[in-house]
Design a protein around this ligand. Structure first.
Ligand code: SF4
Length: 427
């Protein structure tokens, strides 16, 4: 049905991990609002932060123009920071004004930032109070998106984890897909699952507040993103069970992810093959077309999106690349263990970051492609290294069979550009 994992001991699960706890070079969790607000159509994200936070959001979302934006920043002024004004009262007023003006809002997220964390503004308490005040029309929740201790994909994890305790209880045997995928990609997953005969599928987050799934002891869930460890824990606290699997990147990852779900629901082998054979074949051909440029090339991952391990698995096993170092902000074996089982030993696995030391290693390695955050990409490009921005991997549809070719192409593009530039220079 699917390629088997290498025998125990031949993957990367048990190799020593280089753990670094130094200065980090990453975006903060507010970034997630950019894709979350697109997904949840009646949600609003109110960042309780500074002008810096407002600027970050505006520039990250700068390419989009909204008639009715669905995120904003409640600015904490210097007086709030000095504790001279009652920020809670100000927040209540701000929320009341917003909800009066925008009756379309059904879910309001108060998003914590570095400044709100520094002044220890209790947004959890504020959310409870405001939820009582504005129920039943609006539910108010809070989560932290501050950059003090988080990487940019942790914003989505914190947001989804905040939703889990308030999901209704259900006794139904249902599959829950967890992760904010673009609608068109989510629809592809639902149609594959439906072709396998699995119809009772719900999504977290749902597109609208009144479609939010229930959760209970008969819920089984599959993560679609490797950065959702906190959400996984929250769902398990509600009695749901995690279907561990490699992540659905590339043909092999998608097949293995679907196969784990198929095993859980006793899908007959013939039905699984009937549902997956044609898209698998398309995916293989699409990946092969993009792989020419990647084959035999060396890649170095800085820790950023938390997608690093599953992507390294895809690039080494399906695209012929060689991984030199795979850095990830966190390595949770209960989340990425199945991907580690498929990764051949050889690359350095590093967790956390000490950016200067890692830059030294990247410079010494001079890989053909270095995957990193925006802050590191420009200096490395100036030093002659080809780079790929990790953040693009979260903003671009990359999951499941139909996107497998695009995912490979995302990595091939910087190499192609560099090859073209070299050619031009030689002429
Ligand atoms: S939350 Fe912190 S890191 Fe993020 S924009 Fe605001 S001040 Fe900057």
């Amino acid at each position: 049905m699917t390629r088997m994992a290498p025998p125990p001991g031949s993957g990367c699960r048990d190799i020593p991990v280089l753990r670094e706890r130094g200065q980090r070079e990453v975006f903060c969790g507010l970034t997630g609002i950019i894709w979350l607000h697109r997904k949840m159509q009646d949600a609003f994200f109110l960042v309780v932060g500074s002008r810096t936070c407002a600027h970050l959001l505006q520039s990250a979302a700068g390419v989009m123009i909204f008639a009715e934006p669905r995120f904003a920043t409640a600015i904490l002024e210097e007086t709030d920071l000095a504790g001279m004004a009652d920020a809670q009262e100000e927040l209540d007023r701000e929320v009341a004004r917003l909800l009066e003006r925008r009756p379309d809002i059904r879910q309001l997220f108060l998003v914590g930032s570095c400044p709100s964390e520094v002044i220890k503004l209790d947004l959890g308490k504020a959310a409870e109070r405001l939820s009582r005040e504005h129920a039943p029309h609006v539910r108010v929740l809070s989560y932290d998106g501050s950059g003090i201790e988080t990487t940019f994909t942790e914003g989505e994890d914190a947001c989804l984890a905040a939703m889990v305790p308030v999901l209704p209880e259900t006794q139904a045997r249902e599959l829950l897909l967890v992760g904010a995928l673009p609608d068109v990609v989510e629809d592809q997953a639902l149609s594959l699952l439906s072709a396998m005969g699995i119809e009772r599928v719900r999504c977290l987050p749902a597109r609208r507040a009144d479609e939010m799934p229930g959760v209970g002891p008969e819920t089984v869930f599959a993560l679609t993103q490797p950065f959702l460890g906190g959400t996984r824990d929250a769902l398990m606290r509600r009695g749901a069970r995690h279907i561990a699997a490699p992540f659905p990147f590339g043909e092999e990852g998608t097949t293995a992810w679907l196969a784990a779900i198929a095993a859980e629901f006793d899908v007959p082998r013939e039905q699984f093959e009937a549902a997956t054979d044609a898209p698998r074949d398309r995916a293989r051909r699409a990946v092969a077309a993009a792989t020419e440029m990647l084959n035999g090339k060396r890649i170095f991952f800085f820790p950023d999106s938390q997608l690093e391990i599953p992507l390294a698995r895809f690039l080494t096993r399906e695209c012929g690349m060689e991984a030199v170092e795979i850095g990830a902000p966190y390595i949770r074996q209960d989340v990425v263990g199945p991907d580690m089982d498929l990764l051949a030993p050889g690359p350095v696995l590093s967790e956390g970051q000490d950016v200067d030391l890692q830059l030294d290693r990247a410079r010494a390695a001079r890989a053909d492609l270095t995957v990193c955050g925006l802050g590191l990409a420009n200096p490395l490009e100036a030093e002659g290294l080809a780079t790929k921005w990790a953040i693009e991997l979260v903003f671009t549809p990359v999951h499941f069979y139909e996107q497998a070719g695009d995912l490979a192409a995302l990595f091939a593009r910087p190499l192609r550009r560099r090859a073209a530039l070299k050619l031009e220079a030689a002429e």
